[in-house]
Unconditional design. Structure first.
Length: 368
């Protein structure tokens, strides 16, 4: 297995902790720990590999899925990783044969631009055809996905709402992709970490039928990134395979994360309402800033915007590095998403931090 270096995460690792403001944050501002009971009791080691059955049942209910059709993971990153291994990853894990017939000739179709892991991991396991979204609308044409499908296609990968563009593909588009997966005996995997920030969220892909897989977490929409708690919901064969692969990754969810996750999911209506209100306010502030400076984006759903690089800067890296060096603010270069003429900005952080970050960026623009 050979995999590309994760450019965006390496960028953050180099700069994030020393910078004053993280204006590339891709989630909602973090909730305080004292909002929850953080005492899980005894710190025993063994809990079910796939997570507490009652919690999985509650998560599954939100996808029209049963308890055995959900596996709890360390964030959506592990959920996606396990899904890719389960569907594309060569030999099945010991004791299990999946219906997706994984193998070295397995092929995936991935809609890009997107978070690098969603194409890099499949590419390390088989062959990937990318279906590019084009600016300025980043609209997805299902016919382009259909044209990319091969007899050996096992997986179609979508991120909706999209990171980095904020494009929320409509229900008819997602249903068209689901039908393509079903017609070709493949799965549609949708990373839905931003879905619940939408004013009117679409039904999750896992609820569409046996060929739908959904991954999500409490990191982005809930503002609980530090829990590292997520899940994969979908077809029992894929979930069973994911559990067996999980024996080689994190084994089981962490007790603290699962304990707080149970409370957060029970309180989801209140948490999501607060977070949507924050995001709406910050979205307006960011949109006014960009308009004032003649910068363009596709009006996003979620907390990410993909913005054109200001005049006077060669590319996204040059602009973002200047903002870092002069004002100690982290932005994400568009190069990491295949678009060097853009940069990603996150507006889910506390409003006062957002406003200070934008003021600092404005100083760079004024000096330029």
């Amino acid at each position: 297995m050979q995999i590309d270096e994760f450019d965006l995460e390496r960028w953050f690792a180099e700069y994030e902790h020393e910078a004053d403001i993280m204006l590339a944050e891709s989630g909602v501002r973090s909730l305080p720990a004292d909002r929850f009971d953080t005492d899980p009791g005894k710190l025993g080691y063994v809990i079910p590999t796939d997570g507490d059955p009652d919690l999985r049942a509650e998560i599954g209910r939100r996808y029209d899925r049963g308890t055995e059709e959900v596996v709890c993971t360390s964030g959506a990153q592990e959920a996606n990783f396990l899904a890719f291994f389960s569907v594309l990853g060569g030999e099945s894990p010991p004791g299990l044969e999946t219906s997706s017939a994984p193998g070295s000739d397995a092929h995936a179709v991935v809609v890009t631009p997107t978070y690098q892991a969603l194409h890099a991991v499949p590419d390390s396991l088989g062959d990937v055809t990318r279906v590019p979204l084009e600016p300025p609308t980043w609209e997805l044409d299902p016919d382009a996905v259909a044209d990319a499908i091969r007899p050996e296609t096992r997986l179609i990968v979508l991120n909706n709402p999209n990171n980095p563009t904020g494009r929320y593909h409509p229900l008819e588009t997602v249903e068209a992709l689901y039908d393509l997966a079903a017609d070709n005996d493949a799965y549609l995997l949708c990373d839905e970490v931003y879905r619940l920030l939408a004013e009117d969220p679409l039904p999750p892909v896992a609820s569409m039928g046996p060929h739908g897989l959904s991954t999500a977490s409490l990191s982005k929409s809930y503002g609980l990134a530090g829990l590292r708690f997520g899940w994969l919901a979908g077809d029992r064969a894929v979930v069973d395979a994911a559990c067996r692969w999980k024996d080689y990754t994190t084994i089981s969810p962490g007790l603290f994360g699962q304990h707080v996750a149970r409370q957060a999911i029970a309180e989801s209506d209140a948490i999501l309402a607060e977070n949507r209100e924050l995001v709406a306010r910050n979205h307006e502030i960011t949109a006014e800033f960009l308009e004032r400076h003649g910068l363009e984006w596709y009006d996003p759903v979620g907390v990410n915007g993909f913005v054109t690089v200001p005049d006077g800067f060669e590319n996204g890296k040059a602009f973002c590095r200047t903002v870092l060096e002069e004002e100690s603010v982290v932005l994400a270069p568009g190069e990491f998403f295949g678009h060097p003429d853009r940069f990603r900005i996150g507006f889910g952080l506390p409003t006062d931090e957002l406003e200070e970050g934008l003021e600092r960026v404005e100083r760079v623009l004024s000096d330029g």
